[in-house]
Design a protein around this ligand. Structure first.
Ligand SMILES: CC(C)(COP(=O)(O)OP(=O)(O)OC[C@H]1O[C@@H](n2cnc3c(N)ncnc32)[C@H](O)[C@@H]1OP(=O)(O)O)[C@@H](O)C(=O)NCCC(=O)NCCS
Length: 304
């Protein structure tokens, strides 16, 4: 191969080339310029799908692109956008969250994502996560993070399935109101989440799920020194301060969140619940535990 050809074949892939591999039933488009008219459509979709929760304006999406960030969407029937997701690769002074303002060099940050209601449960969120991970790796990042509401169980599940762990808690992520609390999910590309595919009948989870605790019982459970602790949680838009406190207690006492499973507590849908499972870092192999602990300390110090 002559010098020029080798140089070309080693060139970095464009973001569009990277992300389009992940669009299975619907193509994924990189909305790559601040002038792209799709930005208005992205902002409208974000407002519609995130409702009263944190959503971004068209101007804020434009700033993400101007700051070297990436915005991607699935294109559905009629050329309509049916998802939206953003990724930040550098910190932004004046950003609206601690991870935007204090993003470390080694980390990429998923600043939100949403899938249109009619297209949920088809794996689109996982595709958006995997596509952003590919971009982060191409940019030389070592890990990718996202923030999520404590009881957004669907979102947390999708991240865990993609190899994220729950690593830090931020009671004042967007501001001082109760609704501003978030947890940080992290995927370290080297470590991943070794527990991501565990079913509820797996040996490690079985015992813990049998002894599932309500959030109010967390102190007692912690005192027992269990290596694996599962807490009951229900998907909800409402904040449950007792649950948030229980999660914070675990994350700040040497545990990380690694699995989220359905549990049957009755016959009807309203009686369904989920279990968020945490493992004690000390129970993991020493090198893994130490690597995660370092990440946990750094991220916790950024998000408060
Ligand atoms: C959270 C959200 C993005 C998930 O999108 P999605 O495309 O439906 O998710 P996926 O189909 O990729 O599902 C990933 C996992 O989530 C879980 N999941 C998805 N839909 C679910 C549902 N309706 N009920 C329960 N679990 C569900 C499943 O565990 C699924 O994994 P599996 O298929 O291997 O079982 C979507 O529900 C959404 O837009 N919600 C509103 C905005 C929001 O909360 N954004 C996230 C902010 S961090």
């Amino acid at each position: 191969m002559d010098e020029d050809k080798r140089h070309n074949s080693e060139q970095k892939k464009t973001t569009q080339e990277l992300v389009e591999q992940f669009g299975v039933d619907y193509p994924i488009e990189d909305i790559d310029s601040p002038e792209n008219p799709r930005l208005g459509e992205v902002a409208a979709l974000d407002a519609e799908l995130n409702g009263s929760h944190q959503s971004l304006s068209e101007e804020e999406f434009r700033e993400i692109v101007e700051n070297g960030g990436v915005i991607i969407s699935h294109v559905g029937p009629g050329n309509k956008l049916i998802s939206e997701a953003s990724l930040m690769l550098t910190s932004v002074e004046g950003g609206s969250s601690p991870l935007q303002r204090g993003l470390p060099e080694w980390l990429a940050y998923c600043d939100g994502s949403a899938v249109s209601k009619d297209y949920r449960g088809k794996g689109l969120q996982k595709q958006l996560l995997n596509a952003r991970e590919a971009v982060a790796k191409e940019e030389g990042k070592l890990a990718i993070a996202a923030s999520v509401r404590q009881r957004n169980v669907t979102s947390i599940k999708s991240m865990i399935k993609c190899g994220y762990i729950m690593i830090a808690d931020s009671p004042h992520y967007y501001g001082d109101e109760v609704k501003d609390a978030r947890v940080v999910m992290l995927k370290d590309f080297e470590l991943g989440n070794p527990f991501k595919d565990l079913d509820s009948d797996h040996e490690m989870l079985e015992d813990s799920l049998r002894g599932i605790v309500e959030p109010s019982g967390i102190q007692e459970k912690l005192a027992s020194g269990s290596d694996v602790i599962s807490i009951a949680v229900q998907q909800s838009d409402e904040v449950d301060e007792v649950y948030n406190q229980a999660v914070a207690t675990l994350l700040r006492n040497g545990y990380i969140g690694v699995a989220c499973n359905d549990i049957d507590i009755g016959d009807s849908d309203s009686e369904r619940s989920d279990a968020m499972t945490f493992v004690k870092l000390e129970s993991l192999p020493l090198d893994v535990a130490e690597a995660i602990k370092l990440r946990q300390e750094e991220i916790q110090s950024i998000v408060g």
